[in-house]
Design a protein. Sequence first.
Length: 153
Amino acid sequence: MTATLLAGCLALATGCGTNAPPAERASTSVPQKPPAANPVVSAPVTTTPGSDPKPVKPTGDAINVHKIRWTKAKGVSKGKKVQLTWWSGVEPCTVLDRVKVKETSKKVTITLYEGASPKAKNVSCIMIAVEKTTTVKLKKSLGKRKIVDGAKS
């Protein structure tokens, strides 16, 4: 068995190569055209996030729910609401389930919960990051209170 395997590997190694040195192999191939005066230069392909995050609303029916950290929070509507931004996955594989808001006199703790939509059963999910945003209402205006990510604690 070992001898057969060794003989097969040896046959592959010798069959794929050539005895000619690299310079001779290049000269026996199809002649190449001289480089153009203005060669075409292509820019590297890069994937950058879109300029605007995708607005989403909580679904309330996600499965396998877990806390998710947000990346940015800012007061909007004269401090009566907070707009949150975070990185997530594509729907229906990753959806916002709910947002928990806990207000005290000194801080506003906001926790995002994500999971998979029930519609995601038997669905292949691509692994790509999507920037999402949602806005939550506060009971009292934000004022000087600090906004805290509840997923960090």
